[in-house]
Design a protein around this ligand. Structure first.
Ligand SMILES: Nc1ncnc2c1ncn2[C@@H]1O[C@H](COP(=O)(O)OP(=O)(O)OP(=O)(O)O)[C@@H](O)[C@H]1O
Ligand SMILES: [Mg+2]
Length: 351
């Protein structure tokens, strides 16, 4: 049995509780959660989104779970049947590491697409997690990109143009359903590129004190991007991470976030779980490293929720052009791309 999705499902199956009466221990609770993941109907592939979803995973606060969420949501979506492209936009290259993708200096990477002339196809690598999941790695070269990009024309649009050109060039059946962009912990030019490239922002929020600090600045930056550079960008998803059920503080933070952001907050919460933090050391996601762990099952649940919400999405509503003072995006918008569209329709559209 080599398929990681199959391994995940059978590992979870092995944890099934023998009787409902035993649901009173932490282990039994965990098994019950695994059962939910395994529920017959739920084992079907996740629903495909109504259009390609480009999700920017951003929070300028460091260590809140951006990379962990990008990787594990990406792996969960791909193991449950969806095509995913993860773009590592952090010079630390942590997402590349967790996906088992080489990122030593010299590896074709996102740097070559942003600063150089490489196409995204040329810098996209397969991953060890799933054939459905591909990754554009980041090398340490990217650390210099913010300075190198300063003098480049339309520097905020580099990533968007690269993604759009890539998606248009791919045959419909190879286009990813999800493009996940892992941002560095700053609001510099790299994160700006990711906000201009995305249709949606997913903000991971750590269930800790100070979690909400700096969030206002992120939200006002997103507003600025919406006003001047990317009218289509919305904060669509908030994910609570590193939840520690033993502390009152975690509940208080979760309540506060839910009061503020309402339905944007996924009901699935990612617990603090040591398996999640161990997995990258083995070049793996937690889903492949320890499929039955609480970290794994919670990321599967969060990914399912994300996918179910995405299934209701229609094509993007055409948005107003950016003000003339700002360089407009030259490439056709992503809403022109429909998943599964025939080659003939595409060539007509591209002509
Ligand atoms: N649910 C979790 N349980 C335990 N540890 C976690 C969990 N999520 C993330 N971690 C650990 O917390 C640390 C920070 O996570 P991560 O790297 O995903 O955050 P980040 O927001 O991407 O950080 P940065 O801002 O540096 O890019 C990592 O060591 C990671 O393994
Ligand atoms: Mg990170």
């Amino acid at each position: 049995m080599t398929d990681p999705g199959e391994r995940l499902r059978s590992s979870l199956a092995a944890d099934l509780p023998p009787a409902a009466a035993e649901f009173d221990s932490p282990i039994a609770m965990e098994a019950m959660r695994a059962t939910r993941v395994l529920h017959a109907g739920d084992q079907d592939p996740f629903p495909a989104p109504g259009r390609i979803r480009v999700l920017t995973i951003a929070n300028q606060k460091g260590g809140v779970g951006k990379t962990t969420s990008t990787v594990n949501l990406g792996v969960a979506l791909s193991l449950f049947g969806l095509r995913v492209l993860v773009i590592d936009l952090d010079p630390q290259g942590n997402a590349s590491t967790a996906l088992g993708v080489e990122h030593v200096v010299g590896t074709p990477s996102i740097y070559d697409a942003l600063v150089g002339e490489a196409t995204l196809a040329e810098v996209t690598h397969p991953t060890t997690a799933s054939p459905n999941l591909r990754c554009v790695p980041a090398t340490i070269d990217l650390a210099g990109a913010e300075i190198e990009l300063v003098s480049v024309v339309a520097r905020e649009h580099r990533l968007r143009r690269s993604i759009e050109a890539h998606l248009h060039a791919l045959p419909a059946e190879e286009r990813p359903h999800y493009v996940l962009i892992d941002c560095p912990p700053s609001l510099g030019l790299l994160t700006l590129n990711a906000l201009v490239a995305g249709d949606e922002v997913l903000i991971p929020i750590q269930c800790e004190y100070y979690a909400l600090e700096g969030l206002g600045q992120l939200l006002s930056n997103i507003e600025l991007v919406r006003a001047h550079l990317n009218p289509g960008i919305v904060v669509s998803t908030i994910l609570l991470t590193m939840y520690d059920g033993r502390t009152k503080l975690a509940d208080q933070v979760a309540d506060e976030v839910r009061n503020h952001f309402g339905e944007l907050v996924l009901s699935s919460v990612i617990p603090r779980n040591v398996r999640v933090s161990e997995a990258p050391g083995y070049g793996q996601s937690v889903l492949t490293y320890d499929p039955g762990s609480r970290g794994s099952t919670s990321y599967v649940e969060a990914a399912r929720e994300l996918a179910v919400r995405g299934a209701d999405l229609g094509p993007l509503v055409p948005v107003q052009q950016a003000p003339a003072a700002v360089a407009p995006v030259a490439a056709p918008p992503l809403n022109a791309l429909v998943l599964g569209q025939s080659a003939a329709a595409r060539s007509q559209e591209d002509s």
